[in-house]
Design a protein around this ligand. Structure first.
Ligand code: KIV
Ligand code: NA
Length: 270
């Protein structure tokens, strides 16, 4: 099997071929995505797309560990990054290290991701100095939804300088890459040009060093709502509904199971 990519390999892709990133939460989906992707993020979006939560705030360390373990089992080549859930790092570097080390040790992932800019720079510096590669996440940071007052575009007009300062701070603190979420395209391009680490866009710009989407969004599996930045490359919820409807009607008509799905009283077959 091919050797897995490291955070250092991802960092070295700055300005080169775009980084292909997706979220993943389970072994079978990680297996499918691994052959096409450079990085698989076990995002705390798992709480919304797989567990029915209305925000990411209720996601726990235990959820991230279980989904991290499942994803690592399915990935051979891509770097697996696990999100630090809300409340697991904000108290400061020591708390962040304790929880990041647990995520890395119990899942076998190659890096963690946490949200925030200037106010988490010290934490990023502390973790990277102690062997934990950190991916940062600036712009729209969903764990701050209650403080921001919704999932709106960040960094428009005079607010751009705040996002630029955040991106600079996390790059200087040693993050190996940074997610830029829901910011104006021109701002994403300016940040990509001015920092030394790869930018990974979601609702940002095609000029970023890479792109990421939530896999359930791009497959059309999660259809509770669709942000403008999501492109649906498949419609699996529609396909699944049609398949289940066909099964239901065959069960009711007693046409499933058919002869080939049933056993007789003879023979050695299974
Ligand atoms: O949780 C998540 O899926 C994320 C990506 C959207 C970047 O943080
Ligand atoms: Na996240």
């Amino acid at each position: 099997p091919q050797k897995a990519l490291s955070a250092t390999d991802i960092r070295a892709r700055k300005g080169a071929e775009p980084l292909v990133c997706l979220t993943a939460y389970t072994t079978p989906v990680a297996k499918i995505a691994d052959t096409h992707c450079d990085l698989l993020l076990v995002g705390d979006s798992v709480g919304m797309v797989l567990h029915g939560l209305h925000s990411t705030l209720g996601v726990t360390m235990e959820m991230m560990i279980l989904h991290g373990q499942a994803t690592v089992r399915g990935a051979e080549r891509a770097l697996v990054v696990v999100d630090m859930p809300f409340g697991s790092y904000e108290e400061g570097p020591a708390q962040a290290f304790r929880n990041a080390a647990r995520l890395m040790a119990e899942t076998g992932a190659g890096a963690v991701k946490l949200e925030g800019g200037t106010h988490v720079a010290d934490t990023i510096r502390f973790l990277t100095a102690r062997g934990i590669p950190v991916m940062a996440h600036v712009g729209l940071t969903p764990q701050a939804v209650n403080a921001i007052g919704g999932y709106r575009v960040q960094g428009r007009g005079a607010d751009a300088e705040r996002i630029r300062a955040d991106a600079r701070a996390v790059a200087e603190a040693g993050a190996f890459s940074v997610v830029l979420e829901k910011v104006p395209a021109a701002l994403a391009d300016a940040i990509t040009a001015e920092i030394a680490i790869p930018t990974v866009g979601i609702g940002a710009s095609a000029g970023c060093d890479g792109q990421i989407l939530v896999i359930d969004d791009m497959l059309g599996l999660f259809d509770a709502f669709k942000p403008k930045f999501v492109k649906r490359y498949a419609h699996l919820a529609t396909d699944a509904s049609a398949a289940i409807a066909a099964y239901a009607s065959e069960v009711r008509a007693r046409t499933f199971p058919a002869a080939e799905h049933m056993f007789d009283d003879e023979g050695a077959g299974s």
